[in-house]
Design a protein around this ligand. Structure first.
Ligand code: M7G
Length: 303
């Protein structure tokens, strides 16, 4: 189905989350009696669009003024495709995991020991493979989104795809957000990386920097490359984001994001760093791991 017909059929049930900082909202509803999630994020200003303030806005309504200070409400002139008002994403049909992920929830700081990883996280990861990462296999092997690829190195071991992330509007360079998905299937998360991957990761990093700076007017030192632990999808991938962009929500925050360079440096110093160490991260109560009483008790006993 196309996205506009999905939106027309969307029947609202409740608000899952709102964020005044990112000016975004996530709605739960149904389409054809199946769950659907609609998220809306107001667009940031495009530099070219602000040069003439009177064509940028229409309508003004004063709130107040005092001495040299004036404040008011206004409406923006927006038109597609150049000047969007917002970005709208739909997940349909949405799974329970999606609904929980996007819901308002309490977070906990967890210290995951190697034992907790082996006992609880590995079995959890096993349940998150297959259909849940169909979109990844579609990109890697089925030609989905291929028209947007910035780079495709088809080598089965060292190859990867670099493409615009679903989070990016593909218009505003200030919020540039790309995703690199590796071809190999044997890395679920940072826990699977060791000294044998140093050259592999270093090579991916330099290729990403090269093609991204060739494709877009941006410098190497204006890009932040990182991974997530825990990620939502357990097939190894990297986030490539304009350093200006603070990320949506907790995506670039400590306790979730790990710089690719930190990973590489740690592996150079200690090959089994990510197998040996306890890793701290933030985990929402809606997360599948938190729902596992064994995992939760291990966390509570350790802290
Ligand atoms: P993550 O760290 O596993 O999850 O990253 P999270 O950041 O969503 O918690 C997965 C990345 O892939 C995110 O930045 C998503 O926005 C992006 N992504 C997810 N899906 C389903 C798609 C997709 O179908 N296409 C593209 N291009 N990017 C996606």
């Amino acid at each position: 189905s196309d996205i506009s017909s999905l939106v027309k059929q969307f029947s609202f049930s409740k608000i899952l989350k709102t964020d005044p900082q990112t000016k975004s909202i996530v709605l739960l509803g149904t389409i054809d009696s199946k769950d659907a999630i609609v998220s809306l994020e107001k667009s940031h200003f495009l530099n070219e669009s602000v040069e003439n303030i009177n064509s940028l806005i229409h309508d003004l309504q004063i709130i107040n003024h005092n001495d040299i200070y004036y404040w008011s409400l206004t409406s923006l002139n927006q038109k597609l495709p150049e000047i969007p008002g917002a970005k709208l994403n739909i997940i349909y049909p949405a799974t329970e995991t999606h609904i929980r992920k996007y819901g308002e929830q309490k977070y906990h700081y967890v210290l995951e020991t190697p034992e907790m990883y082996t006992k609880y996280v590995i079995p959890y990861i096993d349940t998150m493979k297959g259909d849940r990462i169909k979109w990844v296999y579609n990109i890697l092997f089925e030609g989905k989104e291929a028209e947007t690829f910035i780079h495709h190195d088809e080598d089965k071991t060292n190859g990867f795809v670099l493409l615009p992330d679903m989070k990016w509007d593909k218009i505003n360079l200030e919020s540039l957000y790309l995703c690199a998905i590796v071809k190999r299937m044997d890395i679920s998360s940072v826990r699977d990386l060791n000294e044998s991957h140093v050259e592999y990761l270093t090579n991916i990093k330099s290729q990403i920097l090269k093609v991204t700076t060739e494709k877009y007017p941006i410098n190497k030192d204006e890009l932040r490359i990182f991974i997530h632990y825990q990620p939502s999808y357990y097939h190894f991938h990297l986030h490539i984001v304009n350093v200006k962009h603070p990320g949506l929500g907790d995506g670039i925050a400590v306790g979730k994001a790990i710089l690719l360079d930190d990973v590489i440096e740690n592996l150079k110093i200690l090959g089994d760093y990510y197998q040996k160490r306890t890793i701290g991260y933030l985990l929402g109560e809606n997360h599948g791991l938190w729902q596992d009483t064994g995992y939760r008790n291990a966390h509570l006993n350790a802290n």
